[in-house]
Design a protein around this ligand. Structure first.
Ligand SMILES: Cc1cc2nc3c(=O)[nH]c(=O)nc-3n(C[C@H](O)[C@H](O)[C@H](O)COP(=O)(O)OP(=O)(O)OC[C@H]3O[C@@H](n4cnc5c(N)ncnc54)[C@H](O)[C@@H]3O)c2cc1C
Length: 227
């Protein structure tokens, strides 16, 4: 089971965004706007931003997550999001991976659903674990021994994304077209940020939440639900 926690976020994210947006059309400075904008004004500005696509203002709200226990395969997909996103990941060069037992790797549901496939999967993982441990015992450096570990190996990562990138990330990765693991991660992240900025994230998620799916023949045919 992956664990996803929202560690920190910009205080009053919607106010921070509204102040930045309002500043563009005001003679007042950011400090005065921050102190004087009423909640009703903040809500009004936010609705305009979301509907008008003035999305650079969303970059003023930032979110930091702790993600534990995802596979290296999933983390590789995650770090492809380059814009408005920062990552720090547990190093397999410096950390020895504890490959005892079966909690050091992720088991995809398609393997878990079939006893024969699951046995084969476990055997493969045990083989990797043994090769890794043997290599370390023989004096191979951690940074080289890790080449023996599979993509299923669990990893921990700290991720910071601004609200603009989060909306884009949710659009791609909450979609049924995304792989199950990163989809689970994205949906958990969405669940965590929604209460902090309800107007910004109200219609967050894949395109089918807001309009027709544009995936064409790749479409899953099932409009999204966050149930
Ligand atoms: C279902 C699915 C399948 C995928 N399959 C593959 C695959 O088979 N192979 C593969 O390599 N990747 C694959 N990917 C990853 C995908 O190609 C992207 O790398 C990933 O989704 C990150 O999204 P992004 O490029 O929008 O990046 P982000 O970093 O999130 O960028 C956000 C936006 O900024 C803009 N931007 C970012 N960088 C640039 C730039 N250099 N120039 C101009 N504009 C820029 C773009 O508008 C971009 O959409 C897949 C992704 C999904 C969701």
């Amino acid at each position: 089971m992956m664990e996803v926690k929202l560690l920190y976020h910009t205080p009053e994210p919607e106010r921070a965004i509204a102040v930045a947006a309002r500043l563009c059309y005001s003679t007042l400075g950011g400090e005065e706007l921050s102190e004087t904008l009423t909640q009703k004004q903040v809500d009004g500005v936010l609705k305009t931003i979301v509907s008008s696509g003035h999305h650079s203002t969303l970059e003023h709200a930032s979110y930091t997550f702790s993600v534990e226990g995802i596979s290296r395969s999933c983390s590789h997909q995650l770090v492809r999001h380059r814009v408005g996103a920062s990552f720090n990941q547990q190093s397999q060069r410096y950390c020895e991976i504890d490959v005892t037992g079966d909690s050091w790797y992720v088991t995809p549901p398609s393997f878990a659903a079939d006893e024969e496939q699951l046995d084969a999967y476990w055997d493969a993982m045990s083989g990797c674990a043994k090769a890794y441990q043997d290599a370390l015992k023989e004096g191979v450096k951690k940074e080289d021994a890790r080449y023996l570990l599979p993509e299923a190996t669990k990893t921990n990562i700290v991720v910071t994304m601004n609200a603009r990138e989060l909306l884009h990330f949710f659009e791609l990765r909450c979609c049924n077209r995304a792989q199950w693991e990163i989809r689970e991660l994205a949906c958990k992240m969405l669940e965590l940020v929604k209460p902090t900025a309800p107007t910004v994230f109200k219609d967050a998620g894949p395109q089918c939440v807001r309009s027709a799916c544009k995936e064409g023949r790749m479409s899953c045919g099932n409009p999204w639900t966050d149930e």
